[in-house]
Write a protein of this length. Structure first.
Length: 344
């Protein structure tokens, strides 16, 4: 927006509790150096009188979880809007299909910043589940040291441990690729399934390209990183789970959408597989879900993504995109309508 005599007006719209995590003094200084922040933030409703007035004033929308969708009707009430800086990953909720009929609005995403904590969490989960840390911890707590060092469970179980462990990555997304990069530095064998990835590209990443069923049968650990698309609904069902070897590990830090949880519960109850679920279906699971009580299942409450101080990495990237836009520089991570076919 170079050449303008005034600072652009910035609308912060997200859940009420998020600004405290996203913005500290440093972040506010950066923002206020290039924009005028519309007071009364954060806005969570564009259909109230104050929300509609703020939207009408906005040149730039700084969005995150809880931002109302920019429907066609709302866009008609936002004549000055020229940029949506999304300080999270998937822009689908704030920019639904009808949004893309309105030309001239730049959309950026912080998905690359979000990918880092998810990849770190998943890499750690691969390591920890490879040694069955969570179940051995529970057993140790119950035994309270009975038997001493010699009672360590799993010491000689060949399916435990991470030396040359076979890890299959489902989805060569940003997160999937980061995890492959982390695994390639260690003594892992790596395979990847992604219909849009060529064998040469997989090899360049340090992985073997496999078809899904071959990967499931080959892997000691399977980690899911495919996007939510119509064709990925329950891509891991009873047939796919049956292909996995006894004692294999299934990790889902993507979305519960990918897994048939009815079929997963059957396998979980059998005790044949070890499972870590960060994103179940439904989310959260109901209080009486059997998954909570199965010793071979680890449930975490959707914490793989940005948490605590990791939120600042998201706001840092969103603010950088805003600074570049105001300064007339090209965006680092723009989102185009064509990207939605493969985007989570």
């Amino acid at each position: 927006m170079t050449g303008s005599s005034r600072k652009p007006r910035l609308l912060v719209a997200m859940r009420d509790e998020l600004p405290e995590g996203f913005f500290g003094p440093h972040e506010w200084v950066r923002l206020k150096a290039v924009v005028d922040v519309i007071p009364g933030f954060p806005f969570t409703d564009f259909d109230t009188l104050t929300g509609a007035e703020a939207l009408a004033e906005a040149d730039i929308l700084l969005a995150a979880w809880g931002t109302p969708a920019l429907t066609r009707a709302r866009l008609k009430r936002a004549p000055r809007l020229r940029m949506v800086a999304y300080a999270a990953a998937s822009v689908r909720t704030v920019a639904p299909a009808e949004f893309w009929d309105a030309p001239g609005i730049l959309v950026t995403t912080a998905a690359s910043a979000m990918a880092v904590p998810v990849a770190e969490f998943t890499f750690a989960a691969i390591i920890m589940c490879g040694k069955d840390v969570f179940r051995l911890r529970d057993d140790h707590r119950a035994e309270r040291g009975a038997g001493g060092f010699g009672s360590r469970r799993g010491l000689n179980f060949p399916y435990l441990g991470n030396h040359s462990r076979r890890v299959g990555i489902v989805g060569a997304s940003r997160i999937g690729r980061l995890i492959i990069e982390m695994l390639a530095r260690s003594k892992f064998q790596i395979a990847v399934y992604d219909p849009f990835l060529k064998a040469q590209e997989a090899a360049a990443l340090g992985a073997m390209k496999m078809e899904l069923h071959d990967l499931l049968a080959w892997s000691d650990t399977v980690s899911l990183h495919a996007p939510i698309l119509p064709e990925t609904r329950h891509m891991i069902g009873a047939r796919e789970l049956s292909l996995m070897a006894d004692h294999a590990v299934l990790i889902n830090t993507a979305r519960g959408w990918l897994v048939d949880h009815g079929a997963l519960l059957v396998e979980a109850r059998s005790g044949r597989l070890r499972i870590l679920i960060d994103t179940p279906d439904p989310e959260p699971l109901p209080p009486d879900s059997p998954f909570y009580d199965l010793p071979n299942v680890v449930l975490t409450p959707h914490i793989a993504g940005a948490l605590g101080n990791e939120l600042r990495a998201l706001s840092d990237l969103a603010i950088t995109e805003i600074e570049r836009f105001v300064g007339g520089l090209p965006p680092l991570h723009p989102v185009h309508k064509r990207d939605l076919e493969h985007m989570a």
